[in-house]
Design a protein around this ligand. Structure first.
Ligand SMILES: NC(=O)c1ccc[n+]([C@@H]2O[C@H](COP(=O)([O-])OP(=O)(O)OC[C@H]3O[C@@H](n4cnc5c(N)ncnc54)[C@H](O)[C@@H]3O)[C@@H](O)[C@H]2O)c1
Length: 336
């Protein structure tokens, strides 16, 4: 009998297909998937050599079939995450849940209770925690060599319309489907702030649609926040020419910076001194999804920890909601 994980990927749009490909590359899984769009289902089954009796039209069909699953990846749009999570948890299936966990707090306590009573693993797909640059930054911060953190500055932007040409035709265009920069993009970095510095206490956000064609959702977001006394700024746009992500933590004894475009982690300790650079190789973005999914499989096997727990995913959901409320009301929002 095979000792591989039997995994169901739910939704094979842009990220579901990536999960399928990355999980296949680990050689640790037997894969099945569900995808309601028939043409897409046939295309994906063909591309990854998945038998037609393991390519389902819906989650209900998959769960009612003769196939059995140990784990599932939920990669359908966000309004489906919690309802699907409840079905999977009821069946005792471990879950790798795409971000954001949900779009409201409805059903979250029930989901958490069911997950705990069924003793299943739930990880949330805040992928940047698996990025080589962020791991390097966190290692340096956690080493304690730079002293107490004082300030976090996250600055990102990208030509979204070029990088993600289908954006206006998918969930991104509609906040009720998980769209807009707050729920879709800057949420990754709120989660990074939580991972580096601990939970956020309060946030104020200014967000607007500035220029991204064919949508009305916010494409530019500026948030100020406080994580247990550490001040943070998060700024993001979907309009600039270059794809850049720079994350800097200023500590009492120096600064540490992760720079995706320059592919390096840098640090400086001497006032007016020079930055030190540690370059890294990352040829393919799939690497971070493989790392994230291997960590999830390790936790399922009882020999490691996922990179973002359900508890952390819930905290970031609350931050998203507070950020949206702040942008609407121009007020600071407290997080309990
Ligand atoms: N972690 C990351 O880096 C990352 C990147 C992109 C998207 N995401 C998240 O992943 C989720 C999906 O995003 P996407 O970009 O793949 O969207 P997408 O629109 O490209 O794909 C969604 C897929 O889900 C399918 N689907 C819709 N309803 C379904 C249902 N009831 N059952 C099964 N499948 C269903 C659609 O047919 C489609 O193929 C979103 O929550 C998004 O925020 C995460």
């Amino acid at each position: 009998m095979s000792s591989k994980h039997k995994i169901l990927v739910i939704g094979t749009g842009s990220i579901g297909e990536r999960h399928l490909r990355c999980l296949q590359s680990t050689d640790r899984c037997e894969l099945a998937f569900c995808e309601p769009l028939e043409s897409r289902r046939l295309e994906v089954a063909g591309r990854y050599g998945i038998d037609s009796n393991l390519a389902f039209g819906s989650l209900d069909e998959a769960l009612a079939s003769a196939a059995s699953f140990d784990s599932a990846v939920v990669a359908a749009p966000a309004p489906f995450h919690i309802p699907m999570g409840m079905q999977l948890a009821a069946a005792g299936i471990h879950i790798m849940m795409e971000k954001p966990l949900s779009l409201s707090l409805e059903g979250i306590t029930e989901f958490e209770d069911l997950v705990n009573s069924k003793e299943i693993i739930v990880a949330v797909g805040y992928t940047h925690r698996a990025h080589t640059a962020m791991i390097g930054l966190k290692e340096k911060l956690d080493s304690g060599k730079f002293g107490r953190p004082l300030e976090l500055r996250v600055d990102l932007g990208q030509p979204f319309a070029v990088i993600r040409p289908a954006y206006a035709d998918v969930y991104f265009a509609d906040p009720k489907m998980g769209g807009g920069s707050i729920q879709d993009m800057i949420t990754h970095f709120y989660s990074i702030g939580d991972w580096l510095l601990g939970p956020m206490d309060r946030i104020v956000t200014h967000a607007k649609h500035q220029a991204l064609p064919r949508v009305e959702v916010e494409d530019t977001v500026h948030s100020l926040a406080d994580h247990g006394g550490v001040m943070a700024t998060y700024s993001q746009n979907l309009t600039q020419a270059q794809n850049e992500v720079t994350t800097t933590v200023i500590c009492e004894g120096g600064s540490i910076r992760a720079d995706y475009r320059k592919k390096r982690v840098s640090w400086i300790t001497e006032p007016n001194g020079e930055w030190n650079h540690e370059p890294y190789e990352m040829d393919d973005i799939d690497e971070i999804y493989v790392r994230q999914n291997n960590a999830f499989l390790d936790e399922v096997e009882g020999k490691g920890k996922s990179l973002c727990s359900l508890e952390e995913g819930i905290r970031t959901l609350k931050v998203n909601l507070a950020s949206l409320k702040s942008a609407e009301t121009f007020t600071w929002q407290e997080l309990s």
